[in-house]
Design a protein around this ligand. Structure first.
Ligand code: 4AD
Ligand code: MG
Length: 462
């Protein structure tokens, strides 16, 4: 018999006796048995769902089913009351939509506790992987003057007054008078800065928040998301693919090893959800089976051109048509095509490479065919694109031509072009969307449910 003391929050309290306590460290509640005859009625009334309590007692083997041990309480102190009527997290199943409206409290549920612990372990795994292999962690800036992806989906950063900002001769806002003396924005990617560091430190990675003002209200997009971006000098595209595949498998395996209870819980939850669905819509594999499948199989590597041929000749559904028909080389793939390739045709994670230059960013290395670039996207079942990366254009003139062709101001990128002027070399990297990884590992389906406080269009309430 061990004397223990524990602090946490009440999940349920039954028959004035059985208190299920959770302290956030693990999914399981601790069963605490209250000696109600010797506990003042006033205290018993205050043991309500959500209340914070401090408990002292003896840890003993439990007579009841459901848990191995329980605490026989010798003393309980109510640290913080919780009005049972008002408390939003009632001891019942709440919808994910309802929980999203209570982002500050939803982490007190089993599901969100599990997701957020898995998220934390995954982020540790990211550092573990790279640090073990000699990569240097680089903190790239959050405020930048550049648009790394050239997609114009940026949040402006300004210290100018919203009312009557200074204007220039053309009547436009005069950013030379702004805080930084120029237009700035929140970063969409740390890649360009990471590249400059890779050209000195060899192997580097960033892991930080990135921001995109793309107005896509989907279950896969956030306005603020975390991205992991390794960048490696002397790596070509094949080495980049090898790194990405090895890295993804490592972090998934790491989570499976460190979070068996949370993942088993999420697995069961999904199986229960699945049972409610019509037979045709049920998943063929459980969450844990899906994770193991990824670990045990090689990702399929397929060129864009091969993928287009497959898509042109395929009959995706009863209507035998995609919503958006791919009929010519050069078209960008929509998520229905990506899902078809991954979930129906290959039935495996897929690395698509050598995309048409016109649908990819300016910094990717042009192939000898003059029309494709050394790009790679990794597509995952149920998720779609999880990684975007490439071998970078290391040839100064080719890069300058591209920049000019796209009408990007070369002067803005003088520092980036310097890496091509002084000791340029083959190099590659990729960006992994951290929340999309967490989605895959937890089996959740909406990206809003795998980040503590999601930022999406019309929503920054917390
Ligand atoms: O494909 P993207 O735009 O690539 C880059 O930003 C490169 N600069 C990365 C690099 O090569 N260093 O984004 C990379 C990944 C995507 O594959 C996706 O997983 C994720 O970032 N991502 C998003 N995740 C959540 N919400 C969004 N709005 C996202 N946009 C991209
Ligand atoms: Mg991409």
């Amino acid at each position: 018999m061990d004397e223990v003391s524990v602090k946490g929050w009440v999940r349920t309290f039954r028959s004035k006796r059985f208190l299920a306590l959770n302290d956030g460290s693990v999914i399981h509640n601790i069963q605490c048995v209250i000696d109600f005859e010797n506990t003042p009625e006033e205290t018993l009334k205050r043991i309500t769902t959500g209340a914070a309590v401090a408990i002292q007692g003896n840890l003993v083997e439990s007579q009841g089913s459901g848990q191995k041990y329980e605490i026989q309480v010798t003393n309980i102190e109510i640290l913080g009351d919780s009005d049972a009527e008002d408390y939003p997290m009632q001891p019942k199943k709440h919808s994910l939509e309802f929980l999203r409206e209570n982002a500050h409290l939803r982490v007190r549920t089993n599901v969100f506790g599990a997701i957020m612990r898995v998220r934390s372990v995954l982020s540790f795994a990211v550092h573990h992987y790279f640090q073990d292999r000699g990569f240097v962690y680089v903190n790239t800036p959050v405020i930048t003057g550049s648009d790394a992806e050239g997609a114009g989906e940026m949040f402006r950063v300004t210290a100018l007054p919203a009312q009557n900002p200074p204007v220039n001769e053309e009547g436009k806002v005069d950013y030379t008078q702004d805080f930084f003396g120029k237009e700035t924005n929140l970063t969409v990617s740390g890649q360009l800065e990471a590249e400059t560091y890779a050209m000195a430190l060899g192997q580097v990675y960033t892991f930080g928040p990135t921001f995109r003002a793309e107005n896509s209200n989907t279950s896969r997009h956030l306005a603020e998301f975390w991205m992991i971006e390794p960048e490696v000098a002397f790596n070509d595209l094949d080495a980049n693919m090898d790194l990405a595949e090895d890295f993804i498998k490592y972090v998934i395996r790491y989570a499976m090893e460190k979070c068996p209870e949370d993942l088993t819980f999420l697995n069961q939850r999904l199986q229960e959800e699945d049972k409610k669905k019509p037979a045709a819509e049920r998943s063929e594999m459980t969450l844990l089976e899906k994770l193991r499948f990824v670990l045990e199989n090689n990702f399929k590597r397929v060129s864009y051109t091969e993928a287009i041929d497959i898509l042109k000749n395929s009959k995706p559904n009863k209507k035998k048509k995609f919503k958006y028909i791919i009929d010519e080389w050069g078209a960008d793939l929509q998520s229905e095509h990506e899902r078809y390739l991954v979930e129906k045709h290959f039935n495996s994670p897929v690395i698509l490479f050598d995309y048409p230059a016109d649908i990819k960013a300016f910094y990717m290395r042009l192939n000898d065919d003059g029309k494709t670039v050394r790009a790679m996207d990794i597509l995952f079942p149920g998720i779609g694109e999880i990684v975007g990366g490439s071998q970078r254009e290391e040839r100064l003139e080719v890069l300058q031509d591209k920049i000019n062709e796209l009408g990007i101001d070369e002067k803005e990128l003088w520092w980036y072009l310097d890496t091509r002027r002084f000791g340029t070399a083959v190099h590659s990297g990729f960006g992994l969307g951290f929340e999309r990884l967490v989605l895959f590992v937890t089996g959740m389906t909406n990206i809003r449910d795998v980040i503590p406080f999601p930022r999406t269009p019309q929503n920054a309430d917390f």
